[in-house]
Design a protein around this ligand. Structure first.
Ligand SMILES: [Zn+2]
Length: 147
C-alpha cells in the first residue's frame, strides 16, 4: 500500500502555519495594565486560557513535528509498535497516529489503569510516547491546567 506522503506533508505544514497565526493573535492580548479587580480577574482567566491553548498547541506541534520527521525518514505510516502499516484510512482520520489500530487497542487494554499512575507524575510527557490519541492528551492537559 502506498501512502501519499506529499499530501500529508502539505497538510502538516498547513496545520503548523495555521496554528502559528492563531497563536500570535492570542498572545496575551487581553492583559491590561492598570485595570480594576474585575479586569484583573478577567485577565487572569484569559491568561489561564491562553496557557491551556499553548499547552495544547505544544502537544499538537510536537506530534506534527514527529510526523514530519517520519516523512523525511521515510517512516511515515509505519506502526511504532509492530512496524506494520498504520493504513491510509486511519492516517486520514488521525494524521498523527503513531500506531496501527490493533497495537493502539492492545496498548489501551494493557496500560489502562497504569497510565493513570504515570499521568499524575509525568504530566503528559508519557502520554505521547504511550501512543495516546491527541484528543486524550488534550483532555489531560486541560485537566492539569485547570488544577
Ligand atoms: Zn502495530
Amino acid at each position: 500500500m502506498t501512502i501519499n506522503v506529499e499530501h500529508f506533508k502539505k497538510m502538516f505544514l498547513e496545520m503548523k502555519n495555521g496554528n502559528v497565526a492563531l497563536d500570535s493573535n492570542d498572545e496575551m492580548g487581553s492583559t491590561r495594565l492598570g485595570g480594576d479587580d474585575a479586569d484583573l480577574a478577567n485577565a487572569e482567566r484569559d491568561r489561564a486560557m491562553v496557557l491551556k491553548l499553548k499547552q495544547r498547541e505544544a502537544f499538537f506541534f510536537r506530534k506534527i513535528d514527529e510526523a514530519l520527521t517520519k516523512i523525511e525518514n521515510g517512516e511515515f505510516g509505519q506502526c511504532e509498535d509492530c512496524g506494520g502499516d498504520i493504513g491510509e484510512k486511519r492516517l486520514l482520520a488521525r494524521p498523527t497516529a503513531s500506531m496501527c489500530i490493533n497495537c493502539k487497542e492492545e496498548h489501551e487494554r494493557n496500560e489502562g489503569h497504569l497510565l493513570y499512575a504515570k499521568r499524575s507524575k509525568t504530566i503528559g510527557t508519557e502520554l505521547i510516547t504511550n501512543g495516546e490519541t491527541l484528543e486524550k492528551a488534550f483532555k489531560e492537559v486541560q485537566k492539569y491546567a485547570a488544577v
